[in-house]
Design a protein around this ligand. Structure first.
Ligand SMILES: [Zn+2]
Length: 230
């Protein structure tokens, strides 16, 4: 089976996402890149009940090259982020506090220094219908500047990583940061860290891990939904 290890890894991450409450049911999706191919979770399948054979393999244009199931509807989002960032894995969730902040804010204020692990202030991508090239472009823009995560207005959050474990941990950190912010708002007005305070944390060396050179990748994805015919 093509990319068997990557497909098995998607299933493991799917179970961890469900166990940690970051996803429920079939919401959310995950992918991992290997060369110019991407293994992605299928649409409409419970993330904690997938088998490796359930996960399709697509090329850089979103064409299915292996697998019987339909790729996640957010495959254009994943492909756009692989084109625009050095990510090798992506986790997208509808986790509760991400959705709450993404429904009310234009960015997640930096109230905890660990936001720097995600590349700084987390932006909320403008709303667009799920699965569309517009949403992919909006998230891509929100991720500019070396960010490792973004929120998606009225939708959820997305995190990237150098591998699946890192993308999972970034998604978990994003949900934690949103949870702290929302709970802090319940008992008072959260104090936001100043640029100077954040700069001092950077001086101490807190930063996202460096990625190696991005793997070879094919032509940029065309706009439009994945072409499933071939
Ligand atoms: Zn979604």
């Amino acid at each position: 089976m093509l990319l068997e290890d990557e497909r098995a890894a998607l299933c493991r991450v799917g179970r961890r996402l469900a166990e940690t409450g970051l996803v429920t049911g079939a919401s959310g999706n995950v992918s991992v890149r290997a060369g110019d191919l991407v293994a992605v979770t299928p649409g409409g399948v419970m993330l904690d009940r997938m088998e490796p054979a359930d996960c399709p393999i697509v090329d850089a244009r979103g064409r299915t090259v292996d697998g019987l199931r339909v790729p996640s509807s957010e495959t254009p989002l994943h492909l756009a982020l692989y084109e625009a960032t050095p990510a090798s894995a992506i986790v997208h969730t509808h986790s509760t506090y991400c959705a709450v902040v993404a429904t009310t804010m234009t960015e997640l204020p930096p109230i905890h220094y660990n936001t720097l692990l995600l590349g700084g202030v987390v932006k909320v991508a403008a709303y667009a219908t799920y699965g569309t090239p517009e949403l992919a472009a909006n998230v891509r823009a929100a991720m500019e500047g070396g960010r490792r995560a973004a929120l998606m207005a009225n939708h959820g959050g997305v995190a990237i990583g150098g591998d699946l474990d890192e993308a999972f941990e970034n998604a978990r950190l994003l949900e934690w940061l949103c949870g702290v912010y929302v709970r802090a708002k319940m008992i008072g007005e959260p104090r936001v860290l100043t640029a100077e305070e954040l700069a001092k944390v950077v001086e101490r060396g807190l930063a996202p891990p460096e990625y190696g050179a991005p793997p070879e990748y094919g032509a940029p994805p065309e706009h439009g939904p994945p072409d499933l015919t071939g």
